[in-house]
Design a protein around this ligand. Structure first.
Ligand SMILES: NC(=O)c1ccc[n+]([C@@H]2O[C@H](COP(=O)([O-])OP(=O)(O)OC[C@H]3O[C@@H](n4cnc5c(N)ncnc54)[C@H](OP(=O)(O)O)[C@@H]3O)[C@@H](O)[C@H]2O)c1
Length: 262
């Protein structure tokens, strides 16, 4: 299916790895010109080169933390009038007990996973509305909708982000700007490989063995972790010409791990 977005311009924040990278690739395959940001320059430049090489699309890297004012300014300098904004970050983690999480850790997490995305949406939405077309997708977490104690630090700020985006989605939609969130469950991304690789190292196993163990323990109905490209394809669809009637939704993509009628 042609997604009808060839020649559009997109910013993908957090696009050097994992689901952000997969989303950037899916958009580039549709002929969308990209500005991709991440903090680490080397991995970012490599990802942009690979995506441009595979798709023949213009992909510009900007090494920046998109949750800071300076980072946001540099990304917007590279793409002042995006048609599409996709945003994500690495999963915020608790090491140890929830009670050991400091106030400063909460403040940092809120900055990266809630306030940064809000600032960025605010910065681009006006231009999209003036031009009468826009798509915004935040890749958040299933823990926003289905809280569990180990993921409270990840879920709570993104529950607030979901609340915020749904709250502003109606007014934006009246001017052609469609905002939705994707809430992924367990996905075999770079951060997951790093995390389960570290467990495997301690256990004398591999990341893949630990991921398979975790999938069995969690009883994920489809039988394993998701592939980042499955999330990337969904994000690209939500950015497409066909998604104009899908407004203010939080779409869970987790292999059936959680289910709810609504
Ligand atoms: N993987 C899972 O199983 C899973 C499960 C549930 C929810 N999620 C959620 O899905 C989202 C994406 O996860 P992922 O596994 O794809 O992450 P990932 O593999 O760690 O990739 C995250 C990307 O964001 C970049 N990034 C992180 N913080 C940034 C910042 N402040 N400014 C700019 N770039 C930043 C990273 O590059 P740099 O580090 O170089 O900046 C990287 O490109 C997260 O919000 C996570 O909570 C993931």
């Amino acid at each position: 299916m042609d997604l009808g977005i060839r020649g559009r311009k997109a910013i993908v924040n957090g696009g050097s790895a994992g689901m952000g990278r997969a989303s950037a690739l899916a958009l580039a395959r549709e002929g969308v010109e990209l500005v991709v940001s991440a903090r680490g320059g080397e991995r970012l430049v490599r990802a942009c080169r690979e995506i441009a090489g595979e798709t023949g699309t213009a992909v510009t890297p900007v090494a920046a933390d998109h949750s800071t004012a300076d980072g946001m300014a540099r990304i917007l300098d590279a793409c002042p009038d995006p048609d599409i904004l996709v945003g994500t970050c690495s999963p915020p983690r608790i090491e140890g007990e929830l009670s050991a999480v400091t106030r400063q850790q909460w403040i940092d997490t809120l900055g990266i996973s809630l306030l940064g995305p809000i600032d960025f949406m605010q910065a681009v939405m006006g231009g999209m509305a003036e031009r009468g077309w826009g798509r915004i997708v935040n890749i958040a977490t299933v823990a926003a909708k289905f809280p569990t104690e180990p993921r409270v630090i990840s879920g709570a700020p993104r529950a607030a982000l979901a609340n915020y985006t749904v709250g502003i989605a109606k007014k934006a939609a009246r001017r052609g700007v469609v905002i939705n969130n994707v809430l992924p469950g367990m996905v075999r991304t770079d951060s997951a490989l790093e995390r389960y690789g570290a467990i495997g190292k301690a256990e004398g196993t591999s990341a893949d063995e630990e991921i398979a163990k975790a999938a069995r323990k969690l009883r994920i109905p489809v039988g394993g972790f998701g592939d980042p490209d499955q999330v990337g394809a969904l994000v690209a669809f939500l950015c497409s010409a066909h998604a104009g009637y899908l407004v203010g939704q939080n779409i869970v993509v987790d292999g059936g791990l959680t289910t709810a009628t609504f």
